[in-house]
Design a protein around this ligand. Structure first.
Ligand code: 3H9
Length: 690
């Protein structure tokens, strides 16, 4: 037997223990060990088999690192079938996260028990595949089609309680997984409980699978895996079990061969690699118990909410008692949302809004804070005043963070006598919802201050990405080029809804103009005014957005922006905007022409890739994968495409360069290829290798 599975015979119960840290992934050794363990138990005359995992979890699924390599026998679906076919009573005892192939092993077992904290699910669609070891065949037989479709197409994890209610598991018991599993197996043997094979249960009742497929496909915004998984469940209704397993395998292998699977798994591993910075090796973060937040607007309230939910104490500083009261209202509103969704209970709500949150108008209240995040008005002078005061009151060793989106963190740090303690923590609004956190490392930021930023990000459940200091850091710097390319296309012949439609078709949840309407056109406008002094005069400037602001079309909050938002809800295309665009083009003497969706997409994407390449080359981002995470977690880039640079690699630096050269004929300044792209194209290398 392999070392990955321990074998013991305890009386008439054989115990198979998974020993494949960190998550007991079902790699080749584990599969072989389980197969041999079942055979040995049968030979040894056992009457029951217990399967459980050592360490943190039951099996967390197939070994994703084996994906894309030639599969090696025993295959996981065959293993589940072999387990189920055993004449012995097989019990799976689950703890941690029984996911994907892990839950499928449990479904191949005859009885399932779990500890109360266990979580389980079939998250395969989230990494671009679908359950491929009987999940789409056994789960619907066990709990019905509709509930299975919900679990399989969402990939969501469910807790032990819900699993028990749904009938996925037979029992919940507190204790060590080995102990509760053994006791259960003994009880089953003593009571003469029968062997139960889900495959022998009747085929489940069908639903309208074509309609479900279409609905799921639409919801996936171009992502295929959840929709294809629907066809797997359909097979459970329409085919005998063994045939259904074959169909599931075919569909699974089809998805395995897609770019989408590669993109999603790239994003999965990028998320796990992003915090592992060489500069932080062996560096401990500073202690973190009390967080100060300055400014209780939408951003500050969101940060405070996220911090409270993570268990940190929060002191919110505002300018006046009224403003503090308004900030409390926003935070309580956010927490009400968490209460409604069942994320917290009433007692927790009372605690978070009671003792855990303090409001003050006096900087002295921040003197014991371990970390203070400033989220005040985006203005250098205002920020400097705040940091001057923080420098005066905060305890030695406190981390002083700015939530600026664009401003120079070095300049802010320099106002203090402790620039090593200063860092940028760029949250995205609403901060208690959005996943991205850019950790902006200034020239003098101390390594343990950076480590504290990452520790905070982890605690808040964020995807934290290191960024260097520049105007806009990683995300907003790319966004500026995206908008510029969109505005140029609009000026030269398109309109906002065509541009938006082109990007939605690519997989964005919304296009750049609808997104601007949501965030408010005044914010970008103020930023453009800040950049006026330093803008390259040779660069083409499109004044349409300024004109919109001048006409009071500030976005959704005022009911009109690029679109109109009538009282009844929804957005409406506005011919006035088209007139305005045509007028501006007329003033600028532009000969307009039509753009296809493909042309629009290519321009917007190439513009972003070009800027991202410069960002990578300058060391503002440490890797192409970090840029991928920023675009996916903060800017709506479709995750199934892996992120901006992963997508760029599917095009290839050579093709990107060719497109840039083509566009540069029209405008050599805006489309000047980044040096990195020229180098990679010449060397035949990818962005991932840069
Ligand atoms: C499947 O099962 C297909 C079958 O239906 C059919 C097959 C035929 N494989 O996330 P963490 C690594 S598809 C390999 O930081 P956490 C991870 O990279 C699979 N490695 O910890 C990291 O490595 P490192 C369906 C894996 O506690 C380390 O383990 N299952 C796998 O925050 C710790 O991970 C899934 O999709 C894996 N399956 O979260 C589950 N999983 O230390 C995917 C993790 O070198 N996994 N690693 O960076 C997860 O959702 C989370 O990792 C989990 C733990 C919740 C388990």
């Amino acid at each position: 037997m392999t070392d990955a599975i321990g074998y013991e015979l305890l009386g008439d119960i054989a115990v198979l223990t998974a020993q494949n840290p960190p998550v007991n992934a079902l790699g080749y050794d584990v599969r072989t060990g389980l197969w041999e363990g079942i055979e040995r138990a049968e030979k040894d005359g056992a009457r029951a088999v217990l399967i459980y995992g050592d360490g943190a979890t039951f099996f967390a699924g197939a070994d994703i690192k084996e994906f894309g390599k030639p599969p090696k026998e025993p295959y996981l679906p065959d293993l589940c079938t072999r387990i189920e076919a055993s004449p012995l009573i097989v019990v799976s005892s689950m703890h941690g996260t029984a996911l994907g192939g892990g839950l499928e092993i449990a479904l191949g077992s005859h009885y399932r028990i779990a500890v109360p904290s266990a979580r389980m699910g079939l998250p395969e669609v989230l990494i671009g595949v679908m359950p491929g070891a009987g999940g789409t065949q056994r789960l619907p037989r066990l709990i019905g089609v509709e509930r299975s479709l919900d679990i399989i197409t969402s990939g969501r994890q469910i807790g032990a309680r819900e699993a028990l209610d749904l009938g996925i598991i037979d029992r919940i018991e507190d204790g060590a997984p080995r102990d509760i599993g053994l006791a259960y197996a003994r009880e089953l043997l003593a009571s003469g409980a029968p062997r139960r094979a889900i495959s022998e249960m009747p085929a489940p009742e069908p639903v309208d699978f074509d309609a479900t497929y279409e609905a799921v496909l639409k919801k996936g915004r171009g992502q295929l895996s959840p929709a294809v998984a629907v066809r797997g469940v359909q097979a459970a209704c329409e085919l005998p079990f063994a045939e259904g397993m074959k169909r599931e395998r075919e569909l699974f292998m089809e998805l395995m061969a897609t770019d989408q699977r590669q993109g999603l798994i790239h994003a999965f591993f990028a998320e796990r690699a992003v915090g592992k910075l060489p500069e932080l090796e062996g560096v401990d973060p500073r202690p973190l118990a009390e967080l100060g937040v300055i400014g209780g607007g939408t951003m500050g309230a969101g940060i405070a909410t996220a911090a409270l939910l993570s268990g940190l104490g929060v002191i919110m500083l505002e300018m006046s008692a009224e403003a503090a009261q308004a900030a409390r209202g926003r935070i309580e509103g956010n927490l009400q949302g968490a209460l409604k969704r069942g994320k917290i209970d009433q007692a927790k709500f009372d605690h978070l809004t009671g003792t855990a949150l303090r409001l003050s108008t006096d900087y002295d209240a921040l003197k014991n804070a371990d970390l203070v995040i400033e989220a005040v008005f985006e203005d250098m002078e205002v920020k400097k005043q705040v940091f001057g005061k923080l420098d005066a009151v905060c305890k030695p060793g406190a981390v002083l963070a700015t939530n600026t989106s664009y401003l120079d963190v070095n300049e802010i740090a320099a106002i203090t006598a402790r620039p090593a303690d200063v860092i940028g923590l760029h949250f995205f609004s609403p901060a208690h919802v959005m996943k991205l956190l850019e950790i902006v490392v200034a020239d003098k930021s101390a390594p343990d201050v950076v480590a504290t930023g990452f520790a905070l990000g982890k605690r808040l459940g964020k995807v934290s990405v290191r960024a260097g200091v520049c105007d806009g850091f990683i995300g907003n710097r790319i966004l500026a080029r995206y908008r510029e390319a969109a505005d140029t296309v609009m000026m030269d012949g398109s309109n906002p809804w065509e541009v938006d439609a082109a990007m939605v078709e690519f997989g964005y949840p919304m296009g750049p103009y609808e997104a601007q309407d949501l965030s408010g056109l005044d914010i970008a406008h103020a930023n453009r005014r800040r950049q006026d002094a330093t803008r390259d005069p040779a660069r083409r400037y499109i004044p349409i957005a300024d004109r919109m602001v001048a006409e009071g079309r500030l976005g959704k909050k005022v009911g009109v922006g690029w679109y109109r938002y009538p009282g009844g809800g929804g957005k409406v295309e506005d011919p006035l905007v088209e007139d305005l665009v045509r007028e501006e083009a007329h003033y600028a003497k532009v000969a307009r022409r039509a753009f296809t969706g493909d042309e629009i997409r290519t321009r917007l994407l190439i513009a972003m890739i070009n800027e991202a390449a410069a960002i990578l080359d300058e060391g503002i981002a440490l890797s192409a994968a970090d840029i991928d995470l920023v675009t996916v977690a903060g800017y709506g880039f479709p995750r199934w495409r892996g992120g901006l640079m992963h997508h760029a690699d599917t095009l290839g630096p050579k093709a990107v360069l060719e497109a840039l050269r083509r566009f540069a004929v029209e405008d050599p300044v805006a489309w000047k290829p980044a040096a990195l792209i020229e180098r990679l194209a010449a060397e035949g290398k990818s962005f991932a290798e840069a």
